[in-house]
Design a protein around this ligand. Structure first.
Ligand SMILES: [Zn+2]
Length: 292
């Protein structure tokens, strides 16, 4: 999701109740919001175009976020949603997941349903960039049994889809999801939560679903703050490209995207201007934290 207009008719970020984020940032998450710099809190709008013509896409943007390598420059275009051979090579070599595994461990917090694992066996299986990176770094993909044990997060922040698939599972609201995420951060250097549904609702131009999801994301953020985000762990929120913030079209946008960093690592992102600056900032933080 990107930073868009204040018109609630096209931008769900202008329509959704997001009291936690709005109070943190001093205003709603829109294009006009100025950078924020406070102790333990940095907010910057980031350029997602990577110096390449055309609309930003997921595979190149996510590869850039996870590696610091300009995926769009490498491909000579924006490419997505799934990484092909060129981007996979970069993602299988060295990403934040690989580096975190060598430090205190990496987690991909999302839980994936049974049909996802069945699809993995097939020839048509196309993993996204975080999954390619995680698997290459020997990070476990969480299934519905992990979800049942409160060790995996449902991307919808309700668990409704999982409960429909398996009625014996319990729903998982934003507060439950925050508890799972906060617990996963203990003993790990990186806990990654891939909120891919924002892109789905953007393509579907589904304002009602978008507003509801954004309200749950705000509640998740509020619960994470209560559970130590910004103190016992650094929380970084960003996006690979715009889409959801402009429902007047079905596609991605060239809008800038938010970078919010809360906690001890925030000061590493004071100079962040583009997607390229995210991975280096995380690495500097890890370097500081380990004395490397
Ligand atoms: Zn998309």
């Amino acid at each position: 999701m990107g930073l868009g207009s204040p018109d609630p008719g096209v931008n769900p970020l202008a329509a959704a109740p997001m009291p936690v984020l709005t109070e943190l940032l001093g205003g709603p998450l829109l294009a006009g919001l100025p950078p924020v710099t406070r102790a333990g809190l940095v907010y910057r709008p980031l350029d997602a175009t990577l110096g390449v013509e055309g609309l930003p896409q997921s595979a190149t943007g996510q590869t850039t976020l996870l590696t610091g390598v300009n995926g769009a420059a490498l491909m000579h275009r924006h490419y997505g949603p799934w990484p092909g051979p060129t981007l996979k090579r970069v993602l299988e070599e060295e990403t934040l997941f690989h580096q975190a595994q060598r430090l205190g461990g990496a987690r991909l917090a999302n839980a994936y349903p049974d049909d996802y694992f069945r699809a993995m066996e097939g020839r048509r299986y196309r993993p996204n960039a975080p999954v390619v990176a995680a698997r290459s770094a020997a990070v476990e993909l969480r299934d519905l049994e992990a979800y049942r044990r409160d060790e995996g997060v449902a991307v919808d922040l309700t668990g409704e889809r999982f409960v429909r698939m398996r009625p014996d599972l319990a729903p998982q609201g934003p507060r439950d999801a925050a508890r799972v995420l906060a617990r996963l951060t203990a003993g790990a250097s990186l806990t990654f939560f891939d909120v891919w549904l924002t892109d789905v609702f953007g393509h579907a131009q589904d304002g009602a679903e978008a507003v509801a999801l954004l309200a749950r994301l705000d509640a998740l953020l509020g619960s994470l703050l209560e559970l130590g985000a910004g103190e016992s762990f650094t929380l970084l929120l960003t996006s690979d490209h715009g889409n959801l913030e402009d429902l007047s079209g079905r596609g991605h946008t060239e809008n800038r995207v938010p970078l919010l960093v809360l906690g001890p690592g925030a000061s590493e992102f004071l100079e962040a201007r583009s997607l390229l600056d995210v991975a280096p900032g995380v690495r500097r933080f890890w370097g500081d934290a380990t004395g490397a």
